[in-house]
Ligand binder design. Structure first.
Ligand code: CA
Length: 460
């Protein structure tokens, strides 16, 4: 409205100026060289008498400020049209975006701080790991010095300047005392229960002495892997092998009852036993039938003959016995790897043949021929897939004199001291669950503790 009023006054001023031309103004006319007319109009005073002075004067006085105001408004309008208004409208739409942007920026900054903090922590941990590794290496090189002082003393005696915290040191000490324990096994750890080469055989421990002539030689065993509820790894089994028709299998509840001579049961075998080569494995007694190369698996739970099979080409009844004689032609053995037969054949010409047998079917799974003359050694047993022979059955101080490894099909001489305390050793068998040798030495039923180790193959 104000703008319209101002325009009205402006037009009024122009009209009044035209009427003033006739009385006080002057109009001149002139021609230019091109023939056009030029009119020049001159006014002496802005006051025009034809307009009411009382109403026109204030209007004139207000024109300039109003024009200024108009120009200002127009200029603002013009300025607003080329982006100013756009910015104002857009700002409403951008508000959430700006807030989100601000939030993301804030989060990004926070994440950056977290990342920096974690990076510093990683660097600290890496540095500490390096320190611990170095300390562990130092301790490994001097582990023996710690054994003669108390743990508290060690910590107190440590130099204060090594920058090591007590807790960390204790952890590393625990590790150091464990690491050598596993690595020292080959040289002397008695608790090592893994497979390995025979390192030593202890002195014989006597558990029972037979009280009659039928007990001069025989077989006594414990099942390393018993089956069923009736018999356990504590059950002791015994066969007195002297006699023409050996069929009695004595069962003892445990070693104590065995030593006292109180059997809990006597089983009568379906076929007579030849010699002292029988063995016990997974709830069955395995033995060679008298005067034959037939192998028999006798099931202890059902007390019946489970399997009967000939061992192909095996010599028997004095053809290829051990040096002791006694029809020890076929020697059965058990170790960590299963059931074995130790014997000879005409093809092997008296050299020891080793066959791994299927425990259920008694079929030969694989055979090895050694160059050990069977009649030159006193007895043999298997440990961890290796055959060991004993040189003499009568010498009080003899040796385990030969080893044959089925894993490599190679053998070599060894010299592990072995004692025949009672000078007539007729049976030797290994029990991997007990980690002992069981032997029957001249009426005496004895065990030997043995030590195994990870000594490298090929070394003496
Ligand atoms: Ca044997």
């Amino acid at each position: 409205m104000r703008l319209q009023a101002s325009l009205l006054c402006l037009s009024c001023l122009i009209l009044s100026s035209q009427s003033q031309v006739e009385e006080k103004g002057s109009l001149r006319r002139s021609n230019d060289p091109t023939g056009r007319c030029h009119y020049t109009f001159t006014v002496a005073s802005p006051v025009e008498s034809s307009c009411p002075e009382s109403s026109m004067k204030p209007e004139n006085e207000g024109v300039l400020p109003r024009l200024t105001l108009l120009e200002s408004m127009v200029s603002r309008l013009i300025a607003g049209g080329d982006g100013g208004s756009g910015r104002q409208m857009g700002s409403k739409g951008e508000e959430p975006l700006q807030e989100a942007y601000a939030q993301v920026t804030s989060e990004r900054n926070q994440l950056q701080q977290d990342k920096d903090r974690l990076t510093r922590q990683i660097q600290d941990l890496q540095k500490r790991l390096g320190e611990l590794s170095q300390e562990a290496e130092n301790l490994r090189q001097t582990p023996c010095k710690q054994t003669h002082t108390s743990g508290a003393g060690q910590r107190e005696n440590r130099p204060a300047g090594d920058g090591f915290r007590n807790a960390a040191y204790q952890e590393m000490k625990a590790e150091v005392t464990e690491v050598p324990a596993s690595h020292l096994i080959p040289e002397g750890n008695h608790n090592f229960m893994g497979c390995g080469e025979l390192l030593s055989v202890g002195d014989p421990v006597m558990h029972k002495k037979a009280d009659s002539i039928t007990g001069k030689y025989g077989v006594w065993l414990q099942d390393p892997e018993p089956r069923g509820p009736h018999y356990t790894n504590k059950t002791v089994w015994r066969i007195d092998a002297v006699g023409k028709d050996v069929r009695q299998l004595f069962a003892y509840e445990d070693m104590d009852q065995f030593s006292r001579g109180f059997p809990m049961k006597v089983l009568i075998l379906p076929e007579p036993v030849e010699s002292t080569g029988a063995t016990m494995y997974r709830g069955s007694l395995y033995y060679q039938r008298k005067r034959s190369r037939s192998l028999i698996r006798y099931d202890l739970a059902s007390e019946s003959l489970a399997t009967r099979l000939e061992l192909p080409h095996a010599g028997f009844h004095g053809q290829y016995p051990y040096s002791w004689g006694g029809y020890t032609d076929i020697d059965l053995a058990v170790d960590e790897q299963g059931l074995w037969a130790i014997y000879s054949t005409s093809k092997a010409k008296g050299a020891i043949v080793i066959s791994q047998l299927d425990p259920k079917s008694l079929e030969v799974k694989k055979s090895w021929e050694t160059n050990i003359r069977k009649n030159t050694v006193a007895n043999a047993f298997m440990v961890c897939g290796r055959l060991y022979t004993v040189a003499s059955y009568t010498a009080p101080n003899t040796t385990v004199n030969f080893m044959f490894d089925t894993a490599t099909s190679t053998g070599r001489a060894v010299a592990v001291p072995f004692k025949n305390k009672y000078r007539y050793n007729s049976m030797m068998d290994y029990n991997h669950a007990q980690r002992k040798l069981y032997a029957w030495d001249n009426f005496h039923m004895v065990t030997y503790n043995i030590r195994l180790g990870r000594a490298g193959r090929g070394s003496s």
